[in-house]
Design a protein around this ligand. Structure first.
Ligand code: ADP
Length: 869
């Protein structure tokens, strides 16, 4: 290409100096001809001036600048004027020197190609024509001079033809150059289209530029937007030689920009400068073309350097250079874009590869964890859980040794649970560290880690170790330890898998422990349940076998148990009542939980039987209601026995009383000496007989009273009784007894108390009993105080003593017939144990109540009430 360019460079034009020479020869020929033909001196002078000026017309062919053009025009005008002056002075239209018009005509055609030149030529010729009309040419021209003139004319015509041919050639050469430029441009743009590297683009462009004109130096530099530093990317010298010394030179862009400011603008963007920052040769000129992208950012520079003589080539190549510069800018942009895209694709590919690698690892991890999970899900044995976890993880990581240590809750020691050798490990080594910090530890080389405790020769050899905590939520159960003979074997990924496996093992372990715990618990519960069942069946057997009827309800008050005795006593069938409210049973109050002590017991008749029901609510130890129990006791037989007993006692007492009365009467009579003087020795025995007979009579009377009361034979003759009076009278009757026992007696009888409704005799009996007891059970020196109080709708009598008191254990039995409490005076004072039981019956017959309060060795207070009269 460069060869092609050199052969077709500038079109072969005639050197202007030759044209000037031609004009000079022609002018001299005219001058010689004028001298020989004795032309007037004015014409000669004009011709002389003409001959001096005309050669310059040749030198001025093809003017480039405006000044140059004006100068040429002025010269042309001068020459035309001189030529016409010569013609006019040498004879006008008949002048033989008319060829003086030819040089300006040719010069006009040469100087001003196209219409102006033709116009001026025509004007000159028409002016001469007008001349010739006025005066015909001279016939007297000598032959030699005519030949000379003709020769000069032929020379000029030849020159004109040569000029025309060379112009034609120049035109076709320019067309070829354009074609070549187009070819270069297309070739380069094709190449640039497929070029993806910026350096490649620049090299392409540089070569294309170089082939457009074989310049001395073509460079392409890239501009760094940030630092505003330009660096030469490609430099090509003459004949396409790479200029290694220039390439990769860096220079501040400002420096070049400054030179460009001072330079001459050429074409649209190019600037012509005298020196470049990296090239400063004499007689060289440089063209700088900025590489501007479509966004009008400058990406670099194209510089073309050439010698000043080759200036025309530069001008010729300028449009191509501009195109190439644009092309380069766009291609740089594209290459950049491609680089960015390629980078992105590379990154994306790398990301994808990383992702795929991650996925593969995750799959491996998931697989080993799945295997562990599957193995662990099949067992509930702790030992197996640990063994299987260890063997799977060891196989996965290719380790040759490993172990799982668990923390002993009691001792706080770590104990190997799955290696062959079982040994205790103090919680200070690597395992202890992991347990304390609850994070994994990767030890690439055990000899370089202080946490690795050397215990045996095995431990002293360099190995890599991975230890992860066995965590169950936030609790550390132990440590999983893996050992590999290669130093630096374990990675973070290994640690992650081991941690996950340890977590699974921990979960399975806890499941196994839970299973063990639950099994133990259920065994214990089974034992307890069996015991309970046995107890319950025992209880039910007891309930079934006891003689009293028992009905049990649940907390909702529904009957759950009815024992056979209850069925027999109540004459019912258990099935009829099971599941029904217990309150439907006879003798059970509607709200069994709310009954007070008084209502707990109820007596009622079932046919001919008398039954007593005892109801009680049952509470747990925490006072929660559990249900209720009703115990039915058949009183029929007891009542019959009671009645028989009462009858027996009544009959016996009655039968005994008569003989006793007669014995007593005879003893009295004997002692009084009715049957003669009683010897002194017999008196004492008689007195003893009398005393005992009196006691017997009293006992019999008590028994009779008792049996009467129990048989319901006592009929009260109620009347309005002044209780105070009764108390005073009884006090008087008993005064002797009090004196004898040296016990004080006082009465507290407030005046104005209303009378009570009572059987006077029985009231006396009550009061005698109570005051008598108070006297009996009060030691010498004691005090008895009887008080009468108004209790609203009733009267209350209190008998307070300072006696021996009643012990706690005796209190429930005090009103039981024949019961005598243990006290120091019991034997001394004697008694039957019937008094208080009769007294209570009598008080109750009156519609009153009787009770007592007592403290041992401090005294007792017996109180009873009587309804008002
Ligand atoms: P007794 O004939 O034995 O007095 P009672 O029925 O009158 O029989 O009394 C029963 C028992 O009550 C007595 O044996 C006695 O132990 C006790 N007792 C009765 N009254 C008093 C009292 N005021 N102080 C102490 N104990 C008393």
């Amino acid at each position: 290409m460069s060869k092609q360019a050199t052969s077709n460079e500038q079109p072969p034009t005639i050197d202007p100096r030759w044209v000037g020479f031609g004009f000079a020869v022609f002018a001299l020929a005219l001058l010689v001809y004028a001298l020989s033909s004795a032309t007037p001196s004015l014409a000669l002078a004009a011709l002389l001036a003409f001959a001096a000026l005309v050669p310059n017309l040749g030198l001025l062919t093809a003017p480039r600048s405006k000044v140059h053009r004006l100068l040429a025009l002025a010269l042309l005008v001068g020459c035309v004027a001189l030529a016409f002056a010569v013609v006019a002075a040498s004879g006008g239209a008949a002048s033989p020197l008319w060829p003086a018009l030819l040089p300006p005509i040719f010069a006009a055609l040469l100087l001003l190609p196209g219409r102006p030149g033709v116009g001026i030529t025509a004007a000159i010729w028409l002016s001469y024509g007008a001349f010739t009309l006025v005066a015909p040419p001279d016939e007297r021209l000598p032959a030699a001079a005519a030949w000379l003139l003709r020769g000069a004319e032929v020379g000029l015509v030849t020159l004109l033809v040569a000029r025309t041919v060379s112009a034609q050639r120049a035109l076709s050469a320019r067309a070829r150059t354009r074609e070549l430029a187009l070819h270069i441009f297309l070739t380069s743009s094709n190449r640039l289209r497929i070029s993806t590297s910026v350096q490649g683009v620049l090299e392409e462009v540089a070569e294309a530029v170089q082939s457009a004109g074989d310049f001395d130096c073509v460079t392409l530099s890239l501009l760094d937007e940030g630092t505003r530093q330009a660096s030469v990317a490609v430099a090509i010298g003459a004949s396409g030689r790479r200029l290694g010394a220039v390439e990769r030179l860096r220079f501040p862009y400002a420096e070049l920009a400054e030179r460009m400011e001072r330079g001459r603008p050429v074409g649209a963007h190019a600037v012509e400068v005298d020196t470049l920052p990296f090239r400063n040769l004499p007689a060289e000129q440089h063209l700088v073309l900025p590489l501007r992208t479509q966004h009008d950012t400058q990406r670099g520079l194209l510089t073309v350097s050439t010698s000043r003589q080759s200036r025309a080539i530069l001008d010729e190549a300028l449009p191509l250079l501009e195109l190439l510069a644009n092309q380069a800018a766009v291609a740089i942009d594209n290459a950049d874009l491609y680089t960015t895209m390629a980078q992105r694709v590379r990154h994306a590919t790398a990301d994808l590869e990383r992702g795929a690698e991650e996925l593969r690892r995750a799959r491996d991890r998931a697989e080993v964890l799945y295997q562990i999970a599957r193995a662990l899900s099949l067992t509930l044995d702790e030992r197996q859980v640990l063994d299987q976890t260890l063997s799977l993880i060891v196989a996965h990581m290719g380790c040759e040794r490993g172990g799982i240590m668990l923390l002993e809750p009691n001792t706080g020691r770590l104990v190997y649970r799955t290696t062959l050798e079982r040994q205790r490990v103090d919680p200070q080594g690597l395992a202890g560290w992991v347990l304390a910090n609850r994070v994994h530890a990767i030890v690439p080389d055990t000899t370089q880690d202080a946490r690795w405790q050397v215990r045996s020769r095995f431990d002293a050899v360099p190995r890599s170790v991975l230890a992860v905590p066995v965590m169950l939520e936030h609790e550390a159960l132990g440590v999983l330890l893996l050992i590999h003979s290669e130093v630096g074997h374990f990675t973070v990924e290994h640690a992650q898998i081991a941690t996950a496996a340890a977590a699974q093992a921990a979960a399975a372990l806890s499941k196994a422990q839970l299973h063990r715990h639950v099994s133990q618990q259920s065994e214990q519960l089974g034992v307890v349940a069996r015991q309970r069942e046995e107890e319950a069946s025992k209880l039910i057997s007891v309930l079934r076998s006891i003689g009293d009827g028992v009905v049990v309800s649940d907390r909702h008050g529904l009957v759950r148990i009815v024992n056979p005795a209850a069925e027999a006593i109540l004459g019912i069938r258990a099935e009829a009542f099971l599941g029904r409210p217990i309150s439907e049973l006879p003798g059970v109050p509607a709200d069994i939980g709310a009954v007070d002590d008084a209502d707990r017991m109820q007596k009622f008749a079932v046919g001919e039987r008398t039954v007593r029901a005892h109801c009680a609510a049952v509470h747990s130890s925490k006072h929660e209601p559990l249900g209720s129990v009703v115990v039915y006791h058949d009183l029929t037989l007891e009542e019959i026995a009671d009645r028989l007993k009462t009858e027996l006692v009544a009959t016996a007492s009655h039968e005994l009383r008569t003989p006793m009365t007669s014995i007593r009467g005879y003893v009295d009579m004997l002692l009084l000496g009715t049957f003669g003087e009683v010897p002194e020795g017999q008196r004492e025995p008689l007195r003893v007989i009398k005393t005992n007979v009196v006691r017997l009579v009293l006992l019999i009377e008590d028994l009779l009273d008792m049996s009467r009361v129990e048989a319901g034979e006592v009929q009260l003759r109620a009347e309005r009784v002044d209780v105070g009076t009764v108390l005073s009278e009884v006090a008087q009757v008993l005064a002797g007894q009090f004196r004898e026992r040296r016990v004080g007696l006082s009465l507290d009888l407030p005046p104005g108390l209303p009378p009570a409704s009572a059987d006077r005799q029985r009231l006396e009996q009550i009061v005698v009993n109570l005051i008598g007891n108070a006297c009996k059970y009060t030691p010498h020196g004691g005090e008895v105080r009887v008080a009468l109080r108004n209790g609203g709708s009733e009267l209350r009598v209190e008998v307070r003593d300072t006696g021996v008191g009643i012990p706690e254990e005796a209190r429930p039995h005090i009103f039981t017939p024949f019961y005598r409490a243990d006290n120091p005076l019991r034997d001394e004072v004697g008694g039957t144990g019937l008094g208080l039981s009769i007294t209570r019956k009598l008080v109750e017959l009156h519609g009153g109540r009787i009770w007592f309060e007592s403290k041992v060795n401090e005294g007792s207070t017996f109180s009873f009430t009587l309804p008002l009269g």
